[in-house]
Design a protein around this ligand. Structure first.
Ligand code: ZN
Length: 268
């Protein structure tokens, strides 16, 4: 659970950082976190808010979706450390009003997740919740520094969400749909969902799924994150476990500084 003081501090940081990036875009989501009813949301249950006026049937469906997404997180990470507030829009107007644009999911730091009507699926919700869980585990500073490269973060999120657009079924001996054939981008901007980036997600998921399979399961990821928290670099932490071919192809050595808008993510 995020304490009230942590929430206030993080919101203050958000507002400072996003002043440069465009307060007009960031403000509605920050305002909704601070005062859900001001932006037309009401609490449905626990940390879940839905657009005011949503029918009871749709509210129930939204709560069931979030519960299933949380279960996917638990299956992968074990006990979860994150517990973001989740806002579900019932129509496009609601999502537009909070600055959602054409994305389907949008996270505000590690505090909150906003889902468009199209994004209120188990796959999309658990993908975004995986990013938040990973970032919570490594902390705000290491997240902003991108101590875990974006390709690994995305590959894990695809695994957690069991996204069949980018992975073969879990029963397959090898889940890869696309063979990684070179370095994967480390910058956040390369990972906005599009037809062009679809193969990137599949390649990242392939690389991470094979690494997990080679290292005994998803707890290898949590162990790696613990190493990073303890002070090891991603390269050091993963290097001991990498198969030789990775060292040639993974492209994990460069990490440019994060863009000013990295405080807001909007991806699948
Ligand atoms: Zn993602």
């Amino acid at each position: 659970m995020v304490s009230r003081s942590m929430k206030a501090t993080a919101l203050a940081i958000l507002l400072i950082v996003t002043t440069a990036a465009g307060l007009a875009v960031a403000y509605p989501t920050a305002a909704a976190v601070a005062c859900p009813s001001c932006l037309g949301f009401k609490k449905a249950s626990g940390q879940v808010y839905v657009e005011d006026g949503m029918t009871p049937q749709r509210q129930a469906a939204a709560l069931e979706t979030i519960a299933m997404a949380r279960e996917r997180l638990r299956q992968f990470y074990g006990a979860t450390e994150s517990n973001p507030e989740i806002f579900v829009c019932g129509d496009d107007n609601c999502y537009r009003k909070i600055g959602g644009g054409k994305s389907r999911g949008m996270a505000v730091l590690n505090l909150a997740l906003f889902l468009s009507p199209e994004g209120a699926t188990v796959t999309i919700a658990s993908h975004e919740m995986s990013h938040i869980e990973l970032h919570i585990r490594i902390g705000l500073i290491k997240t902003f520094r991108r101590d875990v490269p974006q390709w690994f973060d995305e590959g894990v999120a695809v695994l957690v969400s069991d996204d069949d657009r980018y992975l073969k079924p879990i029963s397959s001996p090898d889940r890869c749909l696309r063979e990684p054939d070179g370095a994967l981008p480390t910058t956040r901007s390369a990972w906005i969902e599009s037809a062009a980036s679809a193969s990137l997600y599949a390649k990242a998921a392939c690389r991470v799924s094979r690494w997990i399979a080679d290292h005994g399961g998803s707890h290898a990821v949590t162990r790696l994150l613990e190493k990073i928290v303890a002070g090891e670099s991603f390269e050091m932490g993963i290097d001991r476990l990498l198969r030789p071919c990775w060292k040639v192809t993974a492209g994990i050595s460069s990490r440019p500084p994060p863009p000013a808008d990295s405080v807001l993510r909007s991806r699948p």
